[in-house]
Write a protein that binds this ligand. Structure first.
Ligand SMILES: Nc1ncnc2c1ncn2[C@@H]1O[C@H](COP(=O)(O)OP(=O)(O)OP(=O)(O)O)[C@@H](O)[C@H]1O
Ligand SMILES: [Mg+2]
Length: 370
């Protein structure tokens, strides 16, 4: 028993000495290739075993023949383990090189595809992670491109929309200045209308830029949907009368919502103005508010005859307007983008769908807790 303990102690001491030496070498080579590191690890294992054996042999006075046998066995083990370590190292290095090459392609704007047959579980996990990052990067590049295009289009449309009324204002003021205007009163009225329109457009642009910059500061208060709808309908009533459109409050439940009253009134006003403008005289625009599965759904239904299916998902885009709306005095296509921006800032959703004879714009807001 004592012998066994002694052998273990000597073997441990010999192996420790080899292990310490290996640790120093590994530290010196820590930035080298995986193949080199693996070879050193295998060499350390074999040397530790050999060192242990030699120390035991020396302490126990083993015969030279026995020592030769043991050393030979250790040497054979060393050859096989070094070859295995080298092979494994080269395999891991090849896998990691393939991954580096694939990663470089997506850094340069391409998309990443993980190379087949990753050498280790960690490399295959890294490949999966890079593939998902690459997909996210591609989606964000696509979003950025779309945003840039829509921004460029918006600037072009707005410049066009501003130029037309400004040219009109200039012509009218020149005519008034030269005393050429046959009916100055009519010119003044016209100038006033154009200035109001430009003012609204600039106000909408300002609101939209605040929404896009995330600078919309909401002051939410608890309001009854009933009051919200009532105020918006009262505001739109003169326009409805002017157009001969009936404005009806359908089913309006008196549920509370926690919203910024001013901004939400603007949302309803934009929807009502759109609906009234696109409903023929004698038609009806209905406003409803219902409580559905913990959400309040505000809806404005008009008699526009329906929006072409292909246009339904574009109506909320900034600057987009239907082809029939291109002729003056068309709006700038900002109203619904503002609606969506304000509603989303309230963690709600804005949507549109066609119904019989018209379309229905729906704003879904979280109901205020009791
Ligand atoms: N109630 C509606 N019925 C039918 N089409 C609509 C309705 N509301 C909006 N649209 C379509 O969506 C387009 C975009 O509407 P949006 O309110 O954003 O712009 P606009 O009314 O043309 O201009 P702005 O609101 O800036 O004065 C409109 O041009 C129209 O084609
Ligand atoms: Mg509008």
């Amino acid at each position: 028993m004592k012998d066994i303990l002694l052998i273990a102690l000597y073997a441990f001491a010999g192996a420790c000495a080899a292990g310490l030496l290996g640790a120093v070498v590994l530290r010196l080579l820590r930035r080298r290739s995986m193949a080199v590191v693996l070879t050193v690890v295998a060499a350390v294992a074999v040397t530790a075993m050999l060192a242990g054996t030699l120390v035991v042999a020396w302490a126990m006075f083993l015969s030279t023949h026995d020592l030769k046998v043991v050393t030979l066995v250790a040497a054979m083990a060393a050859v096989v383990s070094l070859a295995t370590a080298l092979l494994l190292g080269r395999w891991v290095v090849a896998g990691s090189n393939a991954l580096t090459l694939a990663a470089r392609s997506f850094g340069e704007g391409g998309s990443f595809a993980a190379p087949d047959g990753a050498a280790t579980a960690e490399l295959s996990e890294l490949g999966r992670e890079l593939a998902s990052t690459s997909a996210k990067l591609a989606a964000s590049r696509e979003r950025e491109r779309a945003l840039e295009t829509s921004r460029r289009e918006l600037v072009a449309w707005i410049s066009h929309d501003l130029r037309t009324p400004l040219a009109g204002l200039r012509a009218m003021s020149e005519a008034l200045e030269d005393g050429m205007a046959a009916d100055p009163e009519r010119y003044f009225r016209q100038i006033r209308t154009e200035v109001d329109r430009l003012n609204t457009m600039v106000g909408d642009l300002f609101e939209l830029s605040r929404i896009h910059a995330g600078a919309l500061t909401l002051t939410p208060t608890r309001i009854s949907v009933y009051d919200l709808v009532g105020d918006a309908m009262a505001g739109a009533d003169p326009l409805a009368r002017e157009h001969g459109v009936r404005l009806v409050g359908g089913r309006v439940e008196s549920v509370p919502v926690e919203v910024d009253g001013k901004e939400m009134t603007r949302v309803l006003a934009n929807l009502l103005v759109n609906a009234i403008h696109r409903t023929p005289a004698d038609g009806t625009v209905a406003v409803d508010a219902e409580l559905l599965a913990g959400s309040v759904v505000l809806s404005v239904t008009d008699g526009c005859g329906g929006i072409p299916e292909g246009d339904l998902e574009r109506v909320f885009d900034t600057g987009w307007r239907g082809s029939e709306a291109r002729t003056p005095p068309a709006g700038a296509g900002l109203g619904l983008a503002i609606v969506r921006g304000i509603v989303e800032a309230h963690e709600g959703r804005a949507a549109v769908r066609n119904v019989l004879g018209g379309c229905r714009f729906e704003v879904t807001l979280p109901a205020a807790g009791s």
